[in-house]
Design a protein around this ligand. Structure first.
Ligand code: COA
Length: 326
């Protein structure tokens, strides 16, 4: 247990691993979608994704919580060391205890735990919409993290606005030898071929039609094939982090077919129309379109076609702290 000096006007606080008796008291110190994970921390269950939760507590109870996870399946380096990162899921302190060093102490304790586990670095991904962006980035800086890097441009829109954008009816229909199909009708041999493409690195794992499959909205996710060759897809997911929006998760067109075919805008327009007329629209009337800052062509499409019909534009950022082992 680490004891920390009292900030002026506050009693001291300690940092310890989450205990079973803490569950109720710390639930408000993380995002609703991570609350079920807290129970996994205190159970002996061996999952492939291990969760760590550290609690800062004063005499009056918990005042801060950090949650992080790491994969037991990720690669081991030739030297036998785990190369898995420790991913921060959430970091929060109670408002009365902010600016008192609580998050700094949690961060330090988490880094020590990461080193103890033999992990090589800590990562965090967050959006510029988080409640305390300034404070959080200050915390990263003062804890020695590398400067945060922009990762995705995020475009939030009401589907009723996007589906009535004037460019939509002008999108060219593809040559009839191409067929649009619901991803639920993906054939076994097509799945096998796509999996082989992912394994060979031809299809980035993060953009595969199987990414975040557990959150997929099957009736609104489509593939695009010529014969038995799946050349493009657009998947939509229910992200637990954006409860009123459908996330336009993976828009991918085979690189050989990207020039001048207009398949990307065709698939996006198709998804917008289906979202508008689907019953899912009642539950999630907004859409969130994420575009990597490395996808120059898609970024141009987003800036020109989507941005004028969005209600909010923001970004996600990532940051890293190498965990140096003596
Ligand atoms: C972000 C958050 C965790 C910081 O917690 P905290 O306990 O106040 O942080 P600390 O007191 O340890 O301060 C860490 C550093 O940030 C600075 N800082 C804290 N609050 C700040 C603020 N509002 N503005 C600018 N800097 C701030 C501190 O001065 C300190 O830097 P220093 O070491 O150079 O002095 C807290 O504000 C919070 O819970 N916010 C809501 C949840 C959230 O947005 N979490 C982030 C992503 S999950």
């Amino acid at each position: 247990m680490q004891r920390h000096p009292a900030p002026p006007g506050h009693p001291a606080f300690t940092v310890t691993p989450l205990a079973e008796g803490d569950l109720h008291a710390v639930a408000g110190l993380t995002f609703p979608s991570y609350r079920p994970l807290l129970e996994k921390v205190t159970s002996a269950e061996q999952a492939k994704e291990q969760v760590i939760a550290l609690v800062a507590r004063s005499a009056g109870g918990p005042v801060g919580l950090v949650m992080a996870s790491y994969s037991l399946l990720e690669s081991i380096s030739p030297a036998g060391k785990s190369t898995a990162p420790l991913n921060i899921l959430s970091m929060m302190t109670t408002p009365l205890w902010r600016h008192c060093g609580v998050a700094s102490a949690l961060m330090k304790a988490l880094a020590e735990e990461g080193k103890r586990l033999g992990l090589t670095c800590m990562n965090v991904r967050y959006t510029t919409k988080i409640e305390s962006l300034l404070a959080f980035e200050h915390l990263l800086l003062s804890a020695g993290w590398c400067a945060p890097q922009p990762s995705m441009q995020l475009s939030l829109f009401k589907i009723s606005d996007m589906a009535s954008a004037p460019w939509l009816p002008k999108v060219t229909a593809p040559n009839p030898e191409y067929e649009l199909f619901p991803l639920t009708e993906l054939r076994d041999e097509e799945r096998t071929r796509l999996m082989a493409g992912i394994a060979a690195g031809d299809i980035p794992e993060g953009l595969s039609p199987f990414a975040d499959e557990e959150h997929l909205v099957p009736e609104l996710s489509f593939g695009f094939r010529k014969g038995s060759d799946v050349v493009a897809w657009m998947t939509l997911i229910r992200s637990p982090f954006v409860p009123d929006a459908l996330c336009y998760r993976s828009l991918f067109v085979n690189p050989k077919l990207r020039m001048a075919n207009g398949f990307g805008p065709f698939l996006a327009a198709h998804a917008f129309r289906h979202h508008l007329t689907s019953p899912v629209k009642e539950e999630r009337p907004k859409g969130l379109f994420g575009t990597s800052y490395t996808a120059t062509k898609e970024l141009n499409f987003v800036r020109k076609r989507l941005a004028p019909h969005c209600c909010d534009l923001y970004e996600s950022r990532t940051a890293t702290l190498p965990l140096l082992h003596e």
